[in-house]
Design a protein around this ligand. Structure first.
Ligand code: FAD
Length: 497
């Protein structure tokens, strides 16, 4: 697979058909969709690839069961198809995940309604297993008795229990590798992704996009890249970039919704993911994800004013979140000191502070802005590829795409490196990590630990392994000591200490 080589000088000499600002999942999927249409594309990321909102997601590719509640069949079908895309082309990183929701009651969560919803879920996702290998197929859903529910989840609150709903979704086990795989496929197809390059300014000629002025974050040097079209995929920063390049478009991010998941130093409560609602009455359902056998719970949310690089959940919100967990499951007795890691990011919300339902796409030329400038802001990892495909098709209607079959060849990713939750770094993994350092534009130790592999997802293991990684970087002692201190700080802060 293609090597990601950070050759800024070479890229400066080229004229690109497309420049993408932002290397989160939306920028990365835009890169893939452009690359498979043979569009000469440059992607610029101010930090490391996938290191902002994208790194913090709940590792779930949703089939869209919740959209059935509002009978939104379009979004439901889109999610089913996109889930299938991930399972089909990344079988080494994406697996079926059983999901269980105990049923207690009334309204939309009563037994008959859930039975109907599961039936519709199966009917409208009729094609979910076509072309999928046997061990990755998603079985149909069903209603379980109290006895079977208690067998799957011993800690279930049996008071008033009326069975449970069981269905299947998909889980991304090695999320960092999936992202790198998409980037490396795009490089194979001729595209250029550059990390640690911040886009500062748009240059135009006769109100047409001409180039972007940037800073190489590593050296501090100013650089200019030429391109005919620019897509701003800056995630939470998309509005700020839009304002800088043209004008403000509030529809990109009407409000800022901070969302977070918390990984606890506890074994998962069940092999199933579980949707559980605290008894204390506000009705928010949390998802208890058995990620690599550990307890990962999401998702808390609050509206915030500012967007910062380092998204921090307020302490009182963490306290409320833990109280909710303890109210949802009798006897679980979770404590703040058990927090291993907090995953937090900012997503676009509506004026009333609810998560936006749809992605926003702006053609700036339609309101007098520069021709060739577009901005997008998306809501879900699951549908990022589809949004990217629609955007690229609209901008480049005449470019015909190569089929995914020819790009992915049905072959598994040869650079695949996975870690069980407690697996320590050994000689075999060191050799694989060495290849990653050489081939994937790893500029910092934290790139390797947090954004190329799942090593840092178990902060304790990562802290214990750091010294073994020293040989992978052919750098002077002072460089190593600085990187080590910074990475340890990141792991410790995230570990809540
Ligand atoms: C807690 C949480 C849980 C979630 N769970 C799920 C889930 O289970 N399933 C699901 O489908 N979705 C989930 N999501 C949503 C999903 O993670 C997001 O929709 C997605 O990651 C957004 O990606 P993005 O590329 O738009 O933004 P980002 O990942 O933030 O990428 C934007 C990038 O632009 C870069 N950038 C900004 N300005 C510049 C500049 N001037 N120059 C260069 N680069 C720049 C930033 O550094 C950043 O990397 C979750 C989100 C959160 C926060």
């Amino acid at each position: 697979m293609g090597k990601i080589i950070r050759d800024i000088g070479k890229a400066e000499k080229e004229n690109f058909e497309l420049i993408i600002t932002g290397g989160g999942i939306y920028g990365i999927m835009l890169l893939l969709e452009a690359s498979r249409r043979n569009i000469k594309t440059l992607l610029l990321e101010k930090n490391d690839f996938g290191g902002a909102t994208t790194l913090n997601h709940l590792k779930t590719v949703h089939g869209g069961l919740r959209y059935l509640q509002s009978l939104d069949l379009v979004r439901f079908r889109e999610s089913v198809n996109e889930r299938k895309w991930f399972v089909k082309y990344f079988p080494e990183y994406v697996s079926p995940m059983s999901c269980l929701m105990p049923i207690y009651g009334n309204g939309l969560k009563r037994n008959s309604v859930m039975r109907g919803a599961l039936m519709l879920n199966d009917i409208f996702s009729f094609n979910r297993n076509i072309g999928i290998t046997e061990n990755k197929k998603l079985p149909g859903g069903k209603i379980l008795s109290n006895k079977k529910t208690a067998k799957m989840f011993e800690g279930v609150d049996t008071k008033g229990l009326k069975g449970s709903a069981l269905w299947f979704d998909a889980n991304i086990e090695e999320f960092q590798r999936l992202i790198m795989s998409v980037l490396r496929k795009s490089v194979d197809l001729g595209s250029v992704p550059l990390n640690y390059v911040e886009v500062k300014e748009l240059k135009t000629e006769n109100n047409k996009v001409k180039s972007v002025k940037c800073v190489d974050v590593e050296s501090g040097k100013e650089i200019t890249f030429s391109g005919d079209v620019v897509i701003n995929a800056g995630g939470p920063w998309s509005r700020e970039i839009s304002t800088k390049f043209d004008k403000d478009f509030p529809e990109l991010f009407k409000k800022n919704l901070m969302l977070w998941n918390i990984l606890f130093d506890r074994k998962a409560l069940s092999d199933c993911a579980m949707g559980l609602t605290p008894k204390r009455g506000h009705g928010h359902t949390y998802f208890f994800h058995p990620w690599k056998g550990r307890l990962l719970v999401g998702t808390g949310e609050i509206v915030v004013e500012d967007i910062k690089n380092d998204v921090k959940v307020p302490e009182e919100e963490i306290d409320k979140f833990i109280d909710d967990m303890n109210s949802a499951i009798p006897g679980i007795n979770l404590k703040k000191k058990e927090i291993l890691k907090i995953y937090a990011g900012i997503l676009p919300a509506t004026k009333s502070g609810k998560l936006s339902k749809k992605p926003a796409t702006i053609d700036h030329s339609a309101t007098g802005g520069p021709e060739g400038l577009y901005s997008i802001s998306g809501v879900k990892f699951t549908t990022s590829r589809l949004v990217a495909e629609k955007t690229i098709k609209k901008i480049f209607p005449d470019k015909k795409p190569a089929g995914y079959e020819s790009i992915f060849n049905g072959k598994e990713d040869t650079e695949n490196i996975t870690f069980e939750y407690d697996e320590i770094v050994n000689e075999k993994s060191i050799n694989k990590l060495k290849k990653i350092v050489e081939d994937e534009s790893v500029l910092h130790l934290s790139d390797l630990v947090l954004r190329r592999t799942s090593l840092g997802e178990n902060p304790k293991r990562a802290l214990d392994s750091i010294d073994k990684l020293k040989t992978l970087f052919k750098k002077e002692i002072a460089w190593w000591e600085k990187e080590k201190t910074e990475t340890e700080k990141l792991l410790k802060v995230e570990a809540g200490s």
